[in-house]
Design a protein. Structure first.
Lengths: 191, 62
């Protein structure tokens, strides 16, 4: 793949700059809409979803400090203790943007891994040469399963259809069905 | 619910991306960038108005 550097979108550059900091502190995956967009889905988004390992507070404070020193700001608070206790550990997401743009997009929405399904997503993470991005994503089967079984909006079903076409020769349907069963057990029973 | 023609266009575009790995991003970049550039321009303008920062926080669910 020899796309020119200037083919990278604002979203691509934001994600690559952000993960360059995060990967020094913990394992992460990019999930949801940006997976489809990085594979050419022609739709916009202003937030990118990231799941990180369930790191302890001290590690998060180091990560937050590195992000601030690299030109990002957290939209929820400047205090990493508060961000961790009031949001992350309670299962809520936190958001970072580039500093100095009045909280404008794009933003990175981060959550801690919350169950065995998230841990499985992180343990099977992949980079996709087709995207031309040096970024870890949750694997395609997991993305399709979440969109078809849990999220189910028009946009999500279209994302899933798009990914199914891009990877039609390689998809593991057995794996998709296995993930869908885990989603039913771990996520849908909560509702 | 979007109609059938919408999903057909999703499928046509996905086939295009699959068959044109060297060029699809160049085609898509202006569209994706324009949305971000327009939003940032708007937020910067809004921040300069009275209570602009507060309105941004409301827009961003903060």
């Amino acid at each position: 793949m020899d796309r020119k550097i200037d083919d990278k979108t604002i979203l691509d550059k934001f994600v690559e700059d952000f993960v360059e900091v995060v990967e020094k502190h913990c394992k992460y995956i990019i999930v949801s809409g940006f997976v489809a967009i990085a594979h050419g889905r022609s739709r916009g988004t202003e937030d990118i979803d990231m799941i990180i390992e369930r790191i302890p507070k001290e590690n998060f404070i180091n990560l937050h400090t590195s992000l601030i020193n690299s030109g990002f700001e957290c939209m929820q608070s400047e205090k990493p203790d508060k961000i961790y206790d009031d949001y992350l550990i309670r299962g809520d997401s936190i958001r970072y943007t580039r500093a100095g743009i009045n909280l404008g997009p794009p933003e990175m929405e981060i959550k801690l891994a919350k169950d065995e399904l998230d841990n499985y997503q992180i343990s099977t993470r992949q980079k996709f040469p087709l995207t031309d991005l040096d970024v870890y994503f949750s694997n395609i089967e997991i993305n399709i399963a979440f969109k078809e079984e849990l999220l189910k909006s028009d946009k999500d079903m279209e994302d899933a259809r798009h990914l199914r076409i891009i990877y039609k020769e390689d998809l593991n349907e057995e794996e998709i069905n296995k993930i869908k069963e885990k989603i039913k057990k771990l996520r849908l029973k909560e509702e | 619910m979007r109609d059938k023609s919408h999903m057909e266009q999703v499928e046509r575009w996905a086939e295009h991306v699959k068959n044109n790995p060297q060029t699809w991003k160049k085609q898509l970049k202006p569209f994706l960038d324009a949305q971000i550039i327009m939003a940032i321009r708007f937020y910067n303008k809004l921040a300069q108005t009275p209570e602009g920062r507060e309105k941004i926080k409301l827009l961003r669910n903060l």
